[in-house]
Each structure stands twice: as C-alpha cells, then as structure tokens.
Design a protein around this ligand. Structure first.
Ligand code: AMP
Ligand code: MG
Length: 320
C-alpha cells in the first residue's frame, strides 16, 4: 500500500507521537519530526544515514514564532524575513537554550525557515512544536521533489508522505548567516543572490569548502546520482569522448539530437533558469534510473538561479 496521503490529521497524529512524516515544501520534500523529541530527531539521522555533524533546519509557521527559537535577530535578518517569508530562505541565527544540541550539531546557532507550501503551513500552525526537516533522501543522494521520490527511498522506514504535489522551486533553500550583524551566504539555493541583494545590498559569500565549519552540509560530493556524472559547457565533445557507452544528457535549453545519446532531458525549452531549477532533481532521478554509463550535464549560464543549479551539478559531478 502506498504511504502517500493527503490526510493532514494523520500527519499531525504521527508527529505528535514522535514519529516522522515526509512533508511538502516549495524547495524539496523534508523528512520532518518534532524538534523537542530526541526519539524523532535520532530517527531523522538514522533514516537518512546523515552524519551528526550536519545540523537540521527548523521549520516554523510564521515570523512571529521566530523568537521562540532564536535569542537574537539582527536588523538585516528582520528585513530579509519580512521580504521573503514564507519562502526559500533559511536564516542562521543565535539559538535559544531550549533548542536541542542534536538539531544544531552542538553549534550555538540554529537554521530557521518558514516554508511556502499551504499544506505544510497549515500543519505547522496546528502543531504545538516546530519541525526539524532535512531533505527526505538518504545522505548524499538526489533530493526528492515529488512524493513518489520519497516513497521510493523510504517506504520501509516511514509511515507517511504528506502529498503536496511536485515542489514548485525544486532545489534547497538559500542559507544566510550573520557575522557582526552582516549577512553571509552559506549555501546557494532557490532564492537568487540577486534577489537578496536587491533588499539588503551586498552579501558576503563564504567559500564553502568541506572543511569549512560554517555550513557543515556543504560537502563537495552531494546531491549525487549513482551514475557517473560529468558537468561541461561542451556537450558534443564529451559525447565524443564516451562513444559506444550508454549516455544520458541533461541539457539546458536545446536538444543535441545525437545518435550516441540513449536518453536526453532538456531542463527548460524556453531557457528559463527558474524552470530549469524546478526540473533539475526530477530529471536526475529519471536519468539515474536508466542504468546509464554516464550522465553528461550542461552547465547553465552563471546568473540568477543558474548559479544555484551549477552548484548542485558540480557537487553531483565531484569525483574524489
Ligand atoms: P538540508 O536540511 O539537507 O537542506 O541541510 C541543512 C543545511 O543547513 C546543513 O547541511 C547546513 O549546511 C545548514 N545549517 C543548518 N544549521 C546550521 C547552522 N546552525 N549553522 C550553519 N549552517 C547550518
Ligand atoms: Mg539535503
């Protein structure tokens, strides 16, 4: 029997009972549990096989709930939250003592967001606690943007995926932290830097290397298909290098129509960067299921959400 369901009351019951529910958001599906239940939080880490050094994002119903979670809100954080919540922006702020160390990986800051999905907002409004919700995929694998993706990963591990349809934005939230009250970008994501800078001016960018403790989730290899993935600006010459192999192509706006290609997916025929971001993970799921020898992915223009998609593709293609 399918674990995908629209029954919000059942989701509430499970969550109040320290169980996990996969929830829809506009970014990707999250694997959610009560932030104050050690049992639920441990289950998030064990189900995902996520290392404990990797902190979780806390989801709240509105800006008004922020002060229950954080101890201090810089002026620019208020401006950002007012401009973009509910939405794909996560703020990293000093945590309240009540927030368990397990959520924050022992850090004195906590990552918080108000997601922009009607079902999950309703769920959060009805629950007496916030939800910790990392992406609902095993550690390092492709993030889920449809309920079916979650079901495939976790049908033996969780009882319910709350069905909110396909995710509108399709990649993870943008994460902003603060140093001396000034904003610093920790992770590229579904909200473009250009849009953020329109509201608060220049944002410093952390060079998120694996050893950088500021955003412990920013591993060089992440978001990855099982299939060898290559990121390039020149699809045709990569195809030539892999002649005779079972090749999948992930292209930005136009089809390459080579006989050498087994299967090709175009991310946005109208060259729309936000449409490309929305379709990215679903395309990777589809290609990865075809047991290809190689996925050749085309680099997007380095502007707007193209920068975020390229970031994910680089991590998918990283080879040690
Ligand atoms: P995910 O929930 O899978 O989208 O990943 C959440 C990511 O948020 C983590 O992997 C970190 O990179 C980042 N994060 C969460 N909490 C903090 C924090 N307190 N400080 C810095 N980064 C954080
Ligand atoms: Mg994740």
């Amino acid at each position: 029997m399918s674990i995908i369901s629209k029954d919000i009351q059942k989701a509430i019951e499970l969550l109040c009972n320290e169980d996990l529910v996969a929830i829809p958001t506009e970014t990707v599906y999250g694997l959610a549990g009560n932030i104050f239940s050690e049992k639920a939080i441990q289950k998030i880490f064990s189900t995902k096989k996520r290392p404990h050094f990797n902190p979780l994002i806390v989801h709240i119903p509105s800006f008004d709930s922020l002060e229950k979670v954080v101890s201090y809100i810089p002026e620019k954080a208020k401006i950002l939250a007012t401009a973009f919540w509910p939405g794909s922006l996560t703020l990293v702020l000093p945590k309240k003592n009540t927030i368990p160390d397990l959520i924050t990986a022992g850090k004195d800051t906590v990552a918080v967001r108000v997601p922009n999905h009607p079902l999950t907002l309703e769920l959060l409004q009805q629950l007496p606690f916030p939800l910790a919700a990392p992406s609902a995929n095993p550690f390092n694998s492709i993030s889920p943007t449809k309920p079916e993706h979650v079901e495939r990963y976790f049908k033996n591990d969780i009882q319910m995926v709350l069905d909110g349809g396909p995710c509108k934005n399709g990649i993870e939230s943008t994460i902003i932290g603060f140093e001396n009250d000034e904003p610093v970008l920790y992770r590229l994501g579904a909200l473009s830097i250009e849009d953020i800078e329109k509201v608060i001016g220049k944002v410093a960018i952390k060079n998120n290397k694996e050893e950088n403790p500021d955003a412990p989730g920013m591993l060089l290899k992440h978001y990855a298909p099982k299939t060898l993935t290559i990121l390039t600006t020149d699809i045709l010459s990569e195809i030539e290098k892999h002649q005779g192999k079972k090749i999948g192509v992930l292209s930005f706006k136009s089809s390459f129509k080579s006989n050498e290609i087994f299967h090709e997916i175009v991310l946005s025929k109208t060259a729309n960067l936000s449409e490309a971001a929305t379709n990215l993970y679903d395309a990777l799921h589809e290609l990865d299921a075809l047991l290809l020898d190689v996925i050749i992915a085309e680099k997007l223009p380095e502007i707007g959400l193209g920068v975020s998609v390229n970031d994910r593709l680089q991590r998918a293609a990283f080879v040690n």
